[in-house]
Design a protein around this ligand. Structure first.
Ligand code: FAD
Ligand code: NAP
Length: 339
């Protein structure tokens, strides 16, 4: 059945920054058919469409003069199992973290390092979500999307998604593909990734010698709860800037002026700098412009203390970008999707 369109709907409950803008039209899709019908009706009425999931990677700077289509489809299943490798599939509207917990409860590993990321399964491929040394591309087994130009269904392989650091074919072609469901190839035997950040140390503190996937997930959840603001309490969209990848020459130049710079050599001879370190070094940690601020513990996270508008958040972000460019010669790229 077609879901009705509502008009002039506040998007405050639908974005984790808690920005209060209005959607001209709003509807939800609980299955493929509702998604398809919403797109068809919008095309007929010549109304643009903005697809959203959990709204945890959005910065809404104005009222949205479009149909906002909220993906609310549910369902997760085991597709195949050869005793070692198991392919699972989930619908786009499934909340990500409960899906990860469900895979762990099935005795499957592969997604544990991606625990407690907000948002939905359908948005995860958009920026190839990643944390603690794992990205979804590492366990990705395919997805099904609707081509918004032709209305055709299409299956994508790993190669076809062209995943990169916080990047994908879908992110580079906004508005072309509506992701309907995503598949992951998971393992019955754990291949642990513990060498990133404080994960191993936290497990040691917890007295865990031979961790299970669930123990790794629990450790990562405890680290994240300490470091990151909960959007339910303080509006934010997680990391606001990508970590810049720069030339060795630029990294060396910065290191000669700032010997403690946090830098990680990358394949291909470049160097990834921790954007949070640059922002903190420049004195922005805890800074506030009215209700738009930089988190007091994690300078990569911009926060809305209550009534900030998206435009105010964006203005603060631009000030930080200009300052980091002037001080370090480094361009910071925004991570959330700007509307
Ligand atoms: P939304 O914000 O709703 O949408 C994001 C983009 O995807 C938009 O452009 C939207 O149009 C598009 N989109 C949404 N659903 C679909 C669909 N079904 N088909 C096509 N396009 C779609 N990200 C990480 O990578 N790693 C982290 O560790 C991480 N930690 C975070 C911690 C916090 C506290 C917060 C608030 C955010 C964090 N994020 C992280 C960012 C964010 O949670 C992820 O990018 C997440 O995948 C976004 O999902 P969403 O459903 O909220 O997407
Ligand atoms: P952190 O552990 O304090 O590390 C700071 C930065 O250094 C991170 O951005 C990370 O890069 C990088 N880093 C750490 N160890 C590394 C290693 N061994 N090799 C290469 N790079 C390394 O970071 P954090 O802010 O608490 O976040 C922890 C993890 O969760 C990170 O992977 C981060 O990306 C992810 N996260 C993402 C978001 C988001 O919205 N995108 C929000 C919160 C947390 P990377 O970011 O490239 O991993």
């Amino acid at each position: 059945m077609t879901a009705a369109w509502q008009q002039q709907v506040s998007l405050k409950p639908y974005n984790t920054f808690g920005i209060d803008v209005r959607a001209r039209y709003f509807t939800q899709a609980h299955d493929d058919e509702q998604a398809r019908q919403a797109l068809a009706e919008a095309a007929e009425r010549q109304v643009p469409v903005l697809v959203i999931g959990g709204g945890s990677n959005l910065l809404l700077t104005r009222d949205i003069d479009a149909l906002v289509l909220h993906m609310a489809s549910r369902g997760r299943r085991l597709l195949s199992d050869d005793g070692e490798r198991v392919v699972v599939e989930a619908e786009a509207g499934e909340p990500w973290h409960p899906f990860v917990q469900w895979t762990l409860a099935q005795g499957l590993s592969g997604l544990e390092n991606l625990s407690l990321i907000p948002g939905t399964v359908g948005a995860a491929p958009m920026q190839n979500v990643g944390a603690y040394g794992v990205e979804i591309k590492d366990v990705f087994a395919g997805l099904t999307a609707l081509d918004r130009e032709t209305g055709e269904l299409r299956d994508f392989t790993l190669q076809e998604c062209a995943f990169g650091y916080r990047d994908s074919l879908f992110k580079r072609n906004p508005g072309r593909w509506l992701i309907l469901r995503v598949r992951f190839a998971l393992d019955r035997t754990l291949r642990a990734h513990l060498d990133y950040g404080p994960v191993r140390q936290r497990l040691t503190e917890q007295g865990v010698g031979q961790p299970t996937a669930q123990a790794i997930s629990d450790a990562i959840c405890s680290i994240r709860r300490e470091k990151l603001p909960d959007p339910a309490e303080l509006g934010n969209a997680g990391s606001f800037f990508k970590n810049p990848v720069v030339t060795v020459e630029l990294a060396d130049k910065i290191r000669s002026a700032y010997p403690t710079v946090v830098a990680y050599p990358q394949a291909g001879g470049q160097v990834k700098l921790a954007a949070g370190w640059l922002i903190e070094q420049a004195g922005w940690k805890g800074h506030r412009d009215g209700d738009a601020g930089v988190h007091r513990l994690q300078s990569l996270v911009l926060v809305n203390y209550g009534q900030a508008s998206g435009a105010q958040m964006y203005a603060l972000a631009q000030k930080i970008q200009a300052d980091i460019l002037e001080r370090f010669g480094v361009e910071l790229e925004m991570e959330p999707n700007l509307y």
